[in-house]
Ligand binder design. Structure first.
Ligand code: SF4
Length: 359
């Protein structure tokens, strides 16, 4: 079943000059051909955009001064612009990006030891309406383009002064349901993992879905794709129906069937994210049902104690209960970890910073 969950590709009003930020090699070839330049110029521009992450035409010193001037006059080079950045005590920084049409999305830079994780948005707002999520309250405004998704990475890596070979993980866990915008997410994935460009490892990119089964099936058909995570958050249909409306279309049994059929590489596992809400999703009975769900396919479980935000009406679980649930899952042979929401002190949960600006 698809229908209401599918969205058309974004159609942005463009100015007189095309924006090259986010164009792939083919599109750049067409651009340089239109300027009467030889095709290898496209490869040079591609290298400047994605390997060097240059953001102004003056930096493209591999091109002649005359060509730089023509590009300056006939194109735009505009990545998403950081409108506000809020640092957290834990070292993470949440950025609000302003897009070309004035829309706002969020990205988060999270340094962990020698590895950095960037959390990306795939849509402005979200149609899925999960009741615990600030983005869900915004509704869907539009899909992001591949360039806007890639641009969050380029802009955050530049803003935080990363070298080209720094180890970076990407997670599609910001605003939006990435499987709701799969074409643009996969076009961004191709740009992000291109060995001649940003060269990020495909294995270090994770797409988190709310449970869009049609999208899970489409994703599984790609030969190269991100790793899959499921935002599960409930162990009964009765409760999941209430907090994640997508469950009324594809219930837990349909989800489990799709995950069992999802083609995994050797050693690959599907991550199950489970937000713990005190007195709501953190019972031992929940733990047993979670284990039974997770045992149906190669998986690992991420327990996420709730990150309270104003008006949510939910509380985080006790530390004792977190430990009990970890023990219960581990005893069933499951790999389990506890993920503390980063940026808790800076309106950290998905959608909260952008929503504050929108309000
Ligand atoms: S949790 Fe994710 S899928 Fe659900 S409303 Fe929020 S952004 Fe959308």
């Amino acid at each position: 079943m698809t229908g209401a969950w599918e969205r058309p590709a974004p159609e942005l009003a463009s100015g007189p000059n095309p924006n090259v930020a986010g164009l792939g090699l083919e599109a750049l070839r067409a651009l340089v051909a239109a300027l009467g330049e030889s095709p290898f110029r496209a490869a040079q521009i591609h290298e400047g955009l994605y390997r060097h992450r240059w953001t102004r035409w003056e930096q493209f010193t591999s091109l002649s001064k005359a060509l730089r001037a023509r590009l300056q006059a006939s194109t735009e080079l505009r990545w998403p612009e950081i409108m506000e950045s809020v640092g957290s005590e834990d070292g993470s920084t949440k950025h609000a990006f302003r897009l070309e049409d004035g829309s706002l999305v969020e990205g988060v830079h999270m340094p962990y030891g020698d590895r950095t994780t960037l959390c990306l948005s795939s849509q402005v707002g979200c149609a899925m309406g999960c009741t615990f999520c600030a983005t869900g309250l915004m509704g869907i405004q539009r899909n992001l383009t591949a360039g806007e998704i890639t641009g969050q990475v380029v802009t955050m890596l530049n803003a935080h002064g990363h070298a080209g070979n720094d180890p970076v993980n990407l997670v599609f866990m910001g605003m939006g349901e990435p499987l709701h915008n799969l074409d643009q997410v996969m076009a961004a994935f191709a740009l992000l993992t291109d060995p001649k460009g940003l060269a990020l490892s495909p294995r270090r990119i994770t797409l988190s879905t709310s449970g869009l089964v049609s999208g899970i099936q489409r994703l599984g058909a790609y030969a190269r794709r991100p790793r899959l995570a499921l935002s599960l958050n409930a162990t009964t249909d009765a409760y999941r129906d209430r907090i994640m409306p997508v469950n009324r279309v594809w219930n837990l049994a349909a989800l489990a069937a799709a995950l069992k059929a999802f083609p995994l590489e050797h050693g690959e596992r599907i991550t199950l994210e489970y937000v713990l809400l005190q007195g709501v999703t953190d019972s031992l009975e929940d733990g047993r049902r979670l284990a039974a769900f997770a045992q149906q396919f190669p998986s690992k479980v991420n327990l996420i104690p709730f990150n309270p935000h104003e008006g949510s009406g939910f509380e985080p679980p006790s530390e004792e209960r977190i430990a009990e649930l970890c023990g219960l899952l581990a005893a069933k042979g499951l790999t389990v970890s506890v993920r503390r929401s980063r940026g808790q002190d800076v309106a950290g949960a998905c959608g909260q910073l952008a929503r504050r600006h929108q309000d």
